[in-house]
Write a protein that binds this ligand. Structure first.
Ligand SMILES: [Zn+2]
Length: 683
């Protein structure tokens, strides 16, 4: 699951028309058939804009919800699959990116070679573990597993099955340099709750996990598997006991602990840190950020307290488990049976070619992305999106100037932050360099392992280099977007900037209503109560005053009340408090996008089309952007856990904009009417 900063909002974003042909003069630009003219806009704006679509759309049998973005995701994965298959068929020069893409994919598909190799690719690692005879040797093996496989703030990847995980990112006290952030790890199940929660469902998972450990050892021909599985599980349970809970991991104030290299033996005795860091290639590093100080100390103590033999059994299992996807079929099936079927309820393994495409697109992400944008993201579309971004940023700046609640000093800080905000559109200016990555056509396991080490070394090589704020953390072929809070930057990948979300064949005003509002939403997160933690350079330095917080809190409560009033089911209402931060961002994004659209028209309204005024097109496009159908169990679950309100209520954000009342002549007495003082204007 993407973290809170990822546009989970976008995963559920939908838009005007299904991803089909661009519109022609015979086809309407506005999806009038998808609307319901019998509903008054002021009574139910979501149904007014989407009633026809709701009636005519069925959720596919293998989906739990459906909207046009679902179709867009399917289209994009098919395009990526074709690009990769083409690369695999081509006679590209050895060492070229196309050759690497093709060879990686081919190696994944070559099941015969994988079966023939068996566990041979793992032998060196298993021998290293077997040869461990003392604490120093153990620390060396553990240090050799450290990888750059976690990310606290951007992609929010918070767990690793290696003992610790490394995130190389800009330092939060001194954003001019990179720091190595050390995070807790070591668990085969992703969170401590799996080990410690007394609920019966969790206890069942624990029993099945222990059986899974034994099954993997048995497949590897290791004797005494059941007894070993019990000890391995017990060690993991002890590791879980010292792990910090997720809410602490997400708290930057708790994580930002600078430890000098020589602090480790004192603050976290038990692990031979000298040997550990040397094996990790970090012996020259003088300072670290100990994100989980309690867990780092607790795990180091376990290294000393638990018997060496148990650590070796644990490491053997971890080695077998870590890249099971690239091992022979029996391991892949056992991996699926537990990690997918038991943990997620997935009934059927995805086709091998689909898994191969996904793995290739992840490992050679920007190389695949380069092919993707060359074919599907014309320069004109990048320029059009950048112009829209410029207008939204300008509109947001004017809104900050006009705020009455923000203190002048805070406004100055906000403007400084806006001035250096980087909004990445489509793809990075500078592509990732894969020249040091070796890909071998018949060695799937080795390719994955070499990538993981290549990635680690590339990240570690940044230590001591100046911070590159133009960095991208999301591949261009992903239908998603991300806010990078400490870099004060956003990534809007090419795949999200295409029809039906962003469409050159319709008036720009409609793109402002759909995609523009989302860009505005993301920008606003850099200035809200969570964005207030980081200044314009990305330094952890709260730049809001108490008065700013007080006003923000009062307005959020008003908006929360609005959302508490929405009831998708008679027995279940939207949780206004849970969704407050995202709802505020929706209001901010819609308001900034509206101003930006007017700015793009020299302050005037866009021309009428098919009987709809320019302003009406903007709001209809916004509401059609949120069209989505849910199966009831999913919708009920989302209402309880998701920080975003269900799509149909996000469409009702319009109630807070005066311009919407004018555009549709909404009057007192209509269901959605809010008297002017009840409309929430935070930004
Ligand atoms: Zn958001």
């Amino acid at each position: 699951m993407p973290g809170r900063r990822l546009l989970l909002c976008l995963a559920l974003l939908a838009c005007t028309r299904a991803a089909q042909l661009p519109s022609t003069p015979e086809r309407p630009v506005i999806d009038v058939a998808g609307m319901d003219p019998a509903v008054a806009p002021g009574d139910d704006f979501f149904l007014y804009a989407n009633g026809g679509w709701i009636k005519s759309t069925e959720i596919p049998a293998d989906r739990s919800s459906w909207g046009p973005t679902s179709a867009l995701e399917e289209l994009t994965s098919k395009r990526v699959a074709d690009l990769i298959a083409e690369a695999a068929r081509s006679e590209a020069a050895a060492g070229s990116e196309a050759r690497k893409i093709g060879d990686f994919y081919a190696s994944y598909m070559d099941e015969a070679a994988i079966e023939t190799r068996g566990l041979a690719p793992l032998e060196p690692a298993l021998e290293r573990i077997a040869a461990v005879s003392d604490a120093q040797g153990l620390a060396r093996v553990l240090g050799g597993t450290l990888r750059a496989d976690v990310d606290v703030l951007n992609n929010t990847i918070l767990d690793t099955d290696n003992l610790f995980g490394l995130w190389v990112a800009q330092d939060l006290n001194d954003p001019s340099r990179y720091s190595p952030f050390l995070l807790q790890g070591g668990l085969g199940l992703t969170d401590r709750d799996y080990y410690l929660d007394p609920a019966q469902r969790m206890a069942d998972i624990r029993t099945k996990y222990q059986a899974h450990i034994a099954a993997v050892l048995k497949l590897a021909g290791i004797a005494g598997g059941e007894e070993k599985a019990r000890r391995i599980f017990e060690l993991e349970r002890r590791i879980a006991q010292v792990h910090a809970p997720r809410v602490d991991t997400e708290d930057v104030l708790k994580g930002n602990n600078h430890w000098a290299r020589e602090d480790f033996p004192k603050r976290a005795p038990g692990l031979d840190w000298q040997a550990y860091f040397a094996a990790a290639g970090l012996d020259g590093q003088k300072e670290f950020v100990a994100w989980h100080p309690g867990a780092i100390a607790g795990i180091a103590a376990l290294v000393r307290e638990q018997p060496l033999e148990v650590w070796k059994e644990y490491l053997t299992f971890r080695a077998l488990e870590h890249q099971a996807e690239f091992l022979p079929r029996s391991f892949v099936e056992e991996d699926f049976a537990f990690h997918q079927k038991v943990l997620f309820g997935t009934p059927k393994m995805r086709d091998r070619w689909k898994r191969a495409v996904r793995a290739t697109s992840a490992v050679l992400g920007e190389a695949v992305g380069k092919l993707y944008v060359a074919r599907y993201f014309p320069a004109a579309e990048k320029a059009r999106a950048e112009e829209m971004v410029r207008n939204i940023v300008a509109a947001f700046g004017r809104r900050i100037d006009a705020l009455t609640w923000m203190t002048p000093q805070t406004k100055a800080r906000a403007k400084a932050k806006l001035a250096v905000l980087i909004v990445g559109v489509g793809y990075p200016d500078k592509w990732r360099d894969y020249s040091e990555l070796e890909i071998v056509r018949d060695d799937a396991f080795g390719n994955a392992a070499r990538y993981s080490l290549f990635n680690y070394r590339q990240k570690v090589a940044r230590l001591g280099q100046p911070v590159d704020r133009s960095e991208w953390v999301m591949n261009p072929q992903l239908v998603n977007a991300v806010n990078l809070p400490a870099l004060n930057a956003l990534n809007f990948p090419a795949a999200i900037l295409q029809p039906p979300l962003f469409d050159p064949s319709r008036p720009a005003v409609m793109d402002y209503g759909a995609t523009g509002a989302v860009i505005g939403h993301e920008i606003s997160h850099s200035f809200d109560d969570s964005g207030a933690l980081f200044d314009e350079k990305g330094r952890l330095d709260n730049w809001w005053t108490d008065a700013d917080f007080a006003h923000f809190k009062a307005s959020s409560e008003q908006l929360a009340k609005q959302f508490d009033g929405y009831r998708p089911f008679p027995d279940l209402a939207v949780n206004g408090k849970l969704t407050s931060g995202e709802n505020i961002a929706d209001v901010a994004g819609l308001a900034a996008a509206f101003d930006a659209y007017r700015l793009s028209q020299g302050g005037k309204e866009a021309p009428s089309i098919e009987g709809f005024t320019g302003d009406q097109q903007f709001f209809i496009s916004f509401a059609q952007g949120w069209r989505r159908k849910f199966r009831e169990p999913l919708l009920r679950q989302l209402i309880v856990i998701d920080g975003h309100a269900p799509s149909q209520y996000r469409a009702l954000t319009v109630r807070n904009l005066d311009a919407w009342y004018e555009a549709f002549a909404v009057k007192p007495g209509q269901a959605l009417f809010l008297a002017p003082p009840e409309r929430v204007h935070i930004w």
